[in-house]
Design a protein around this ligand. Structure first.
Ligand SMILES: NC(=O)c1ccc[n+]([C@@H]2O[C@H](COP(=O)([O-])OP(=O)(O)OC[C@H]3O[C@@H](n4cnc5c(N)ncnc54)[C@H](O)[C@@H]3O)[C@@H](O)[C@H]2O)c1
Length: 342
């Protein structure tokens, strides 16, 4: 059986999705939805003509054969799209962040749950080989158990670049909601621990092109006692990007030096790092294809949905805790933030 997907939002990410779905043997795009005619034209030219609609709701009404909805639109005003899909019992694949505040995200999760419709959030970084191999290294035990971490992502993100989305330029806390959400989710996933307490500061350097804070520093305590020291910059002072995710464990370290590769480990007394061999990777496509196949597995087999909406609330709570902590200059518990989800 082929899953027939309405693809809503045909910007940068929607086009990744169109390519990924084109390569899948079990899925196809049956309609495009986007209010911008230029985005529809570009998708049709690159990926083939399909029925076109200005909104996902119109596409759902007009396409009875469609049986899944993929939202790759900005994370605003997704309720009516989700309602329309739930009314038709269509599984949902939705780009991160699900929404830009906890009460709204929790409401959207409940809508899907009440309709018994599976909802996956697009956390493709979980499916990178770097992530999967790091988890294997931790399971194999050579470096022991993870104790503490330093996660550094430093980038000068030129938000005016034609190939990047524009809404982060004016949104509140763009680094946290758009980028750190991936990093926080990765830490939860790889360490298998839930966040408990966050102390954070966000700021905007004087040269920033973003209206709200583009830089974040956070100390995160997890349920198993692991402490992560996080720095995420969208407005670094240097145009050259820098990435390093280092996990100190009971018997050694794991160090990833590139967002999509360069994974290493060392045992306590080793003089140098040992590189981990990783298979070839097509950026944004390889890991997103794995995410899609995981979605299709769950839909077709009726098995639990990975990266589901309810799980995503915990990563969103980390984002919100950072924003509150910075604003109020205090440590914030995740329990306090999740109380907003009730
Ligand atoms: N998982 C990832 O690695 C990744 C990477 C990039 C973006 N994203 C996410 O994907 C989403 C879209 O980001 P983007 O970079 O493609 O943005 P974008 O601005 O490039 O594209 C968004 C598209 O959605 C369209 N749109 C706006 N409102 C719509 C609506 N109501 N219905 C249908 N289409 C609508 C816009 O016209 C535009 O064509 C965001 O949630 C973003 O965080 C995820």
């Amino acid at each position: 059986m082929t899953i027939k997907i309405i693809l809503a939002g045909l910007g940068v990410r929607g086009r990744h999705w169109a390519e990924v779905i084109r390569r899948s043997a079990r899925a196809e795009v049956v309609a495009y939805a986007d209010p911008n005619p230029a985005a529809l034209d570009l998708a049709a030219a690159r990926f083939g003509e399909r029925p076109r609609f200005a909104t996902a709701e119109e596409a759902i009404a007009a396409m009875p054969e469609a049986n899944a909805l993929l939202l790759a639109n900005p994370p605003y005003g997704r309720e009516s799209q989700i309602r329309a899909a739930v009314a038709r019992n269509m599984p949902l694949l939705i780009e991160k962040p699900l929404a830009l505040n906890i009460p709204e995200a929790a409401h959207l999760v409940r809508l899907a749950e009440q309709g018994s419709v599976p909802m996956m959030v697009g956390l493709n970084f979980r499916y990178l080989d770097t992530t999967l191999r790091t988890m294997e290294l931790l399971r194999e035990g050579g470096v022991g158990t993870a104790l503490f971490a330093r996660f550094t992502y430093e980038r000068y993100r030129d938000g005016h670049r034609p190939d990047l989305n524009k809404y982060p330029l004016t949104m509140d806390q763009p680094m946290l909601w758009e980028q750190s959400i991936h990093h926080f989710d990765l830490m939860r996933y790889v360490y298998g621990q839930d966040p408990v307490l966050i102390e954070a500061l966000t700021w905007n350097p004087p040269y920033s092109m973003y209206k709200s804070d583009a830089n974040v520093a956070a100390l995160i305590t997890f349920s198993g006692g692991l402490v992560a020291n996080y720095q995420g910059l969208w407005q670094s002072a240097w145009a050259e990007p820098n990435f390093e995710w280092r996990t100190d464990c009971t018997k050694g370290v794991i160090i990833q030096k590139d967002q999509f590769g360069a994974l290493h480990y060392a045992q306590h007394a080793d003089k140098s790092l040992t590189p981990v061999t990783l298979p070839p990777h097509e950026t944004w496509i390889t890991e997103t294809s794995r995410l899609l196949e995981a979605f299709l597995d769950a839909v077709l087999n009726g098995t639990p949905m990975p990266c589901n909406g309810r799980d995503h609330l915990m990563s969103l709570a980390m984002v919100e805790a950072c924003a509150i902590s910075s604003r109020e200059r205090r440590a914030v518990t995740i329990a306090e933030v999740l109380a907003q989800a009730k």
